[in-house]
Design a protein around this ligand. Sequence first.
Ligand SMILES: Cc1ncc(COP(=O)(O)O)c(C=O)c1O
Length: 485
Amino acid sequence: MIQFVSNKGGGSAVDFETAILDGFAIDGGLYVPQRLPQISLETLKEWEHLSYIDLAFEVLSLFMGPSVMTEIELRQLLQNAYASFEKSTIIPLHQLKSRKETYVMELFYGPTLSFKDVGLAFLVNLVDFFLKRRNEHKSLIVATTGDTGPATAFFTAGKSNLSAWILYPKGLITAEQERQMTTLPHSNIHPVGVSNCLDGGDDLDLVIAKLYANIPFKNKVHLSSVNSINWGRVMMQTVHYFYAYLQVADTIGEEINMSVPSGAFGNLCAGGLARKMGLPVHTFVVANNTNACLHRIFSKSVFLKKPIFETPSSAIDILIPYNFWRFLYFCVGEDAPKIKKWSDAFNATGKVQFDEETHASYSEGFLSSSISDERTLELIKEVFAKDNYLLDPHGAVALAAAEDLKEPLGDRKLVCMATAHPAKFPQVIKDALQVKTLPDKGKHPSIDAAKALGEKVYSSTHSDLEEDLLKMMTADWDLKHNNTY
Ligand SMILES: Cc1ncc(COP(=O)(O)O)c(C=O)c1O
């Protein structure tokens, strides 16, 4: 059975269930599996015609093993998790006619219309499964740049073992994303709009880390998180890389390229790990907007925090791609003390310069680009005109980055990850298409329906957030537990 350890080396190895229920490791590090399962080309060939759910079963079984739950339980959990997805294929691929061998992986057919549904549908149900089996409860806390929050809220709503606290930077997400959280009537969902977040969502992650470090509080409210700090998110996200590959490759073993709009690097960390497990991806494109933190890491060897820009691809306005530390762990020979040294230095100074050998270890098979706002909008317009296909701003960043890197990528097949539905970003779409009325492809009935619903939201400011959460979460826990939850 695979055990899990902190990428910063603290504490001892834990089992799968503990890693999932804890979220962060005891030393504030990120859980990583002690070994990555290896998948041969023969196995990939056997998986060639599996549905998304059957493939997920195979990939997850490698990490979970039969002692975590029975095969029947895992299959049932997967069926339930994805029942709310709009398409029976869960994550279909769409080939763009205007480009050679270019496929858009549509990761936005979950109930809240972003790729976060793909990871959270399973993870929240998994946490709930474990809690029911133990007869325990948890307070979940997540920070969101607009998509993790709605997905967490949707899948947690009404679950009696869970209470969700969802922090979002007020004014920095769209009204459509906000309503996906604030219009849920369930008493276990607590969206918190936080004003004055000068560093956007990164400000919120830091407060979560502080709450985790407050051990009496953490223990009192049984704190956990389903942000991509949680290994379960990254594990689940490896599946869509396998699925995309198996849909697109003509022969198993053929190498393809994939482009991923990236913020906290959770999605691409999963891609990088899938390749380390044996997936034949030639190059991953790290697609950034003008908040080019990952682009600096990959092209200039420097992890550097700079002031944030607001961009049309607001969900990736992120300065601290913390899952890079998780991926780096596997690139530098699982050297946890090195990860601790670097991440502590980054937390203290906002900068780490990597040496040549380290840069070579993590950048092999990755190229990166930073895409301007103008280019993002132009590409949405161009693809709509040529293909009658509407990209959301994040999918557009992925495609633009791959086009910037056309030459080094060569003529291999390309999969671009479209991580959100355009209906979540109506103003950006109108600006891009230079129209006053959204085309039908930019609409979604759930987005329209939410406009008529009442909203419930808690408010805080960044400077008071930690204190406010300590009070609100403790009061909620006491109330629910004195009333037998
Ligand atoms: C629509 C969308 N695309 C891309 C990303 C980036 O994903 P990650 O943070 O895993 O890099 C996010 C979330 O941050 C998102 O909401």
